[in-house]
Design a protein around this ligand. Structure first.
Ligand SMILES: *Cc1c(COP(=O)(O)O)cnc(C)c1O
Length: 374
């Protein structure tokens, strides 16, 4: 079976370094925040071309704190997309604000900037574009509208470590950029983790307090805060893995290029990498109108796939209270019914790429026959 992601393959290559890093933390008995986390904040912020990093326990917490630092609260509105992981939307709701959706550009699966203006109202405070699958949203028009209307831009870069837009790193373009280090992400902890990067010292200071009970110093609680601290073991592990991230990213990009080449002229709709982007392929999603059959057939042929995501957020039962009907965001709805994520991880071999592509090509050939016969 070719797995959808292969965390064991990655771990095998860094096992000794990771063990040493964890041992260092155990011996120090400094288990939460501390020097390893501070060093990781500096190193990851620098990797993202940002001034500061604020490490937290999850990517969801990163989004929550960025929104709070931006002053988002009850009665406010925040513009984002429905074609994302639920965390983007839930984090907005954690603050008491209301998520307001705009549709995606179907070529890139990211926010369509031409729809933003119509969604802005008197209560709009912020825009949260999502760099879905590892390709940055079209940031220049988004930033221009935000500047014109005095809105804060928070990038959901949970899938986009090292991605670039016109040479600028994901997370560094908006006022704040939020990352997840969930194990399956391009940079993954041995557990949970997240970080906000920013070049605004005021936002950074606020978020440092908020993640640690709102305290300016021990027991001096100046804000109502949270326990969102990063564990020292995760900081130490992530420092090790960050040193390998560029190599892993280039391996993902090479694997994507192989798929592009092997699936060319097969009729399969492959990802569109925009000229402005360095796409880091957290996900390599093809599109098919026959997804269920394709997924089952691939599974039977030893190819595991994923779906990111089968439902747009506005059609999930948990978000019914937002009041959006089916048909409201056609590009998101269609993408949710058609996308199929092929195996994608840095260690994916040429033989594996070839086997996956061959299976997909033969499905495309037979699906075309079915369509022609129908
Ligand atoms: C993973 C993810 C998150 C949430 O990160 P966690 O670390 O799992 O809390 C948020 N947004 C997107 C787009 C994600 O992929």
């Amino acid at each position: 079976m070719i797995p959808f992601v292969d965390l064991k393959a990655q771990h095998a290559g860094v096992r000794t370094e990771i063990n040493d890093a964890i041992q260092r933390v155990l011996d120090s008995c400094h288990f939460t925040l501390g020097p390893e986390v501070t060093a990781f904040e500096t190193e990851f912020a620098s990797y993202c071309q940002a001034q500061e990093g604020v490490a937290v326990n999850t990517g969801t917490s990163a989004l929550h704190l960025a929104l709070l630092a931006a002053g988002v609260g009850p009665g406010d509105e925040v513009i984002t997309v429905p074609f994302t992981f639920v965390a983007t939307v839930s984090a907005i709701q954690y603050t008491g604000a209301t998520p307001v959706f705009v549709d995606i550009d179907p070529r890139t699966f990211t926010m369509d900037p031409t729809q933003i203006r119509a969604a802005i109202g008197p209560r709009t405070k912020a825009i949260v574009p999502v760099h879905l699958y590892g390709q940055p949203a079209d940031m220049d028009p988004i930033l221009a509208i935000a500047r014109e209307r005095g809105l804060v831009v928070i990038e959901d870069a949970a899938q986009a470590h090292g991605a670039e837009y016109k040479g600028r790193r994901a997370g560094s373009m908006g006022d704040m950029g939020c990352f997840s280090f969930y194990p399956g992400k391009n940079l993954g902890a041995c557990g949970e983790g997240g970080m906000i990067v920013t070049s605004n010292p005021q936002f950074a200071r606020t978020m440092r307090m908020l993640r640690d009970w709102g305290a300016e110093k021990k027991y001096h609680h100046v804000l109502k805060g949270y326990n969102y601290r990063m564990e020292a073991i995760q900081g130490a592990v992530l420092r090790v893995k960050l040193r390998h991230l560029e190599r892993w990213t280039e391996a993902r990009r090479a694997a994507a290029k192989r798929y592009d080449r092997l699936l060319a002229e097969s009729g399969v709709s492959t990802p569109v990498a925009m000229p402005y982007a360095r796409h880091v392929y957290h996900v390599y999603a093809i599109r098919t109108a026959h997804r269920q059959v394709w997924q089952e057939t691939l599974e039977a042929k030893g190819v595991q796939t994923g779906i990111h995501y089968p439902f747009p957020v506005h059609l999930l039962p948990a978000f019914g209270d937002l009041g959006y009907a089916a048909g409201r965001f056609p590009h998101s709805e269609r993408a949710a019914s058609e996308v199929l994520s092929l195996p994608m991880f840095p260690e994916l071999t040429e033989a594996q790429s070839a086997q996956v592509s061959e299976a997909v090509r033969s499905l495309a050939a037979t699906s075309d026959l079915c369509a022609a016969g129908a």
